[in-house]
Design a protein. Structure first.
Length: 215
């Protein structure tokens, strides 16, 4: 039987785009205005965990795809890295999304998607668990693809007689359509009041274009 540690070391893993989409739905914010340090620290303090590291992951558009959000993310990621956060980013991939219309015709819509972000998060979570770098994996995401990662880490813990917790953190409000964390992980819902205590008050959006643009 594994022994629960008295001091629980936590590493926060931020799925940047997934978190923003959830925040936008729950709290109606139009851009990623969260402060990862404040948010991770708040959650850990509430749970009695010791925050040791923060890793932040996101896809970003290229200048040709969306110059406005490219500049935003370059500025925000630069600031996060300067604060000691481990940052991982990749350019979005252009894809054609086919939408079927009521008359059975098809509409081809250009879109940009993340590639490799989820894989990088999963690899880091498992690698750091294997190296015994944390007791709590604090995952800021509702992406259900991570349910298998949670299973693998729990198996690793059993095989090595270790105590490891995987917690899925997500914003929640009456506007939230899917108020679920990652399956097979513990769920921690963040309300509006808690979130608003963890805002990044520096606005990285460029002043040269309309701030009504979408990511």
């Amino acid at each position: 039987m594994s022994t629960e540690p008295s001091i629980k070391r936590a590493i926060a893993f931020f799925d940047g785009q997934n978190l923003f989409r959830s925040v936008k739905e729950a709290f109606d914010y139009s851009y990623p205005n969260y402060d990862p340090i404040a948010l991770a620290t708040k959650v850990c303090n509430n749970q009695g965990w010791q925050l040791s590291k923060i890793h932040f992951y996101t896809g970003i558009p290229t200048p040709s795809q969306n110059e406005f959000w490219y500049k935003f993310w370059k500025a925000k990621l630069g600031a996060l890295g300067h604060k000691g956060i481990h940052v991982f980013s990749r350019s979005l991939r252009s894809r054609i999304k086919i939408i079927k219309l009521p008359d059975e015709s098809e509409l081809k819509v250009p879109t940009e998607v993340e590639k490799g972000i989820d894989v990088r998060i999963a690899i880091d979570m498992v690698r750091m668990a294997y190296r015994n770098q944390y007791d709590v994996a604090l995952l800021f995401s509702q992406n259900q693809d991570f349910s298998e990662v949670a299973d693998d880490i729990r198996l690793l813990a059993r095989e090595n007689n270790r105590w490891i917790k995987i917690a899925s953190v997500f914003p929640k409000s009456p506007a939230t359509k899917d108020a679920r964390g990652v399956q097979n992980a513990d769920w921690i819902a963040v309300d509006r009041d808690t979130y608003d205590q963890c805002l990044d008050h520096r606005d990285y959006r460029p002043k040269t274009k309309s701030r009504l643009q979408e990511i």
